[in-house]
Design a protein around this ligand. Structure first.
Ligand code: BMA
Length: 328
């Protein structure tokens, strides 16, 4: 019996919340920024020199985005924010003409570098671009690795056999999460659907896209993704989990039927875009197995929610095994 069926049977009408919002959310807003901006949102997150580093999407008053880092000892307060953009759209890269958005960071031990996958936006549509850094000051820009329309990309931190694996979200024919493989991080192939948008009245019926970088756990790769349902009042962005096989991340072991986090508080419901929670990064404290998830709220500010990895794994293991039709 899966989690949903167990709850139905027991008559338990509460969803046991897995994520707990930081009570003083939002943690970062436009007014905290050292230079004039419209909104700050959708940050990537990683540990860097023992501190939490966020690489936030920052939208200026033209509507164009760049990326700026904020560093904190505890991942909650006293953020030290760069005084000017950390990574700006490059005029030499025409695919970035309308800005760069929604980064995800993966530390690649083999390269001793952080890989940043982000959306490069231009009149040609959103594309997936890649940059490397080891200090978050200097960046090696690899340009677009997947052409439009594609976004919401993140890398696994190591190879499987000879191959790197990229999760991304092309937009055509239902917006599904795909995986692609590469031996050199440049040329990608063997594409296949990993997580489909379920259509109809499902909470993730219209679109899905990866949220945070995959997290290696003893039970499998933990994946947090966003699902969109179109409603009469607009798009509703919520989050669900999937667990992927440790040795073959192209295989989905479990997927949550229910969403696990959605817009609820005023800062998630009201803003430039209503009813959006949009995480792009999380960090795990291995001493207590607690996760800090950072998310853009209503496309306006940055908020924090925490969860116990043990609770997440206990939950996801009760979730159904998805249909095989999308798996090879
Ligand atoms: C998605 C992306 C995100 C944004 C979300 C809600 O398509 O553009 O950056 O947070 O829409 O507007």
């Amino acid at each position: 019996m899966n989690h949903f069926e167990t709850r139905l049977k027991s008559g338990d009408n509460t969803f046991k919340e897995i994520f707990h919002r930081y009570p003083y959310n939002p943690i970062l807003m436009a007014k905290d920024w050292p230079y004039p901006v419209n909104v700050v949102l959708n940050p990537a997150a990683t540990m860097f020199n023992g501190k939490v580093l966020l690489l936030a999407r920052v939208e200026d008053r033209r509507g164009f985005s760049h990326l700026t880092k904020a560093i904190s000892d505890d991942g909650i307060s006293n953020w030290i924010i760069d005084k000017s953009p950390t990574l700006s759209p490059n005029p030499a890269n025409p695919e970035e003409a309308w800005g760069i958005e929604d980064p995800r960071i993966t530390y690649i031990n083999e390269l001793k570098k952080y890989a940043i996958t982000y959306t490069a936006y231009s009149e040609c549509g959103p594309a997936v671009s890649l940059a490397f850094t080891d200090d978050f000051v200097n960046f090696e820009r690899m340009g677009p690795i997947i052409p439009p329309e594609d976004k919401d990309a993140t890398l696994f931190p190591r190879r499987f056999g000879k191959r790197w694996v990229l999760i991304h979200r092309p937009s055509a024919h239902g917006a599904n999460i795909w995986v692609s493989c590469s031996e050199n991080l440049k040329y990608w192939g063997d594409h296949k659907v990993l997580i489909n948008s379920r259509g109809g009245s499902w909470w993730d019926g219209s679109k899905v896209g990866i949220s945070t970088q995959p997290l290696e756990t003893p039970k499998g790769w933990l994946v947090l993704y966003h699902g969109v349902r179109e409603t009469a009042s607009g798009s509703l962005y919520r989050l669900g989990f999937a667990l992927l096989d440790l040795d073959n991340p192209l295989k989905v072991l479990h997927r949550s039927d229910e969403w696990v986090f959605g817009p609820q508080e005023y800062y998630e419901k009201e803003g430039d875009v209503r009813d959006v929670v949009f995480p792009c990064g999380w960090v795990l404290n291995p001493d207590n197995n607690k996760i800090k998830m950072y998310y853009g709220a209503a496309d306006t500010c940055i908020a924090l929610a925490t969860a116990s990895l043990d609770d997440i794994l206990a939950y996801i293991e009760t979730c159904p095994v998805p249909e095989e039709r999308y798996l090879r």
